[in-house]
Design a protein. Sequence first.
Length: 162
Amino acid sequence: MTKDVMEKKREAARKKSLGELGELFAIKALVDKKFDRIRNLNDNHRNEKFADIECEKDGLRYIISVKARNKYQKKGKLNTRYNVGSKVYETALAAEKKYNASAHWMAIQFDHKSFSLYFGSLKELNGSKAIPVDKCEKGLIGEIWELNKRHYFDFEFYTNKK
């Protein structure tokens, strides 16, 4: 196996692991916020369209797309926008009908020693295909559920720095 192929496999594994870590953080946050009937949709069907999690709170049903990313890009610049997909509104509408739930997103921003977690309705993005985490951090979009909270795991594998 060439070095290039090995690097591509490592990068794919890193991104997949970061996404799975984000889903675990998302589920814990939902439990902490007193959501019920929390279900990771990827447990039964890998890559469900739009949604990663289905849950309920106060009689309302939610489907949530979880986006976990590094706080900083490879060259050190702040990662300010998390893409939600080119057909996000079409896939979200189909998922809303399938699960009889409203579409939401959760953005989880990881750094070496901390993380921030933001939650909002897809409608709040007003047609945008990205979550503006810089605006989330300022409280302009969505809700701030965690802000620069300390985590206690070795983040080296997840970092996107070369």
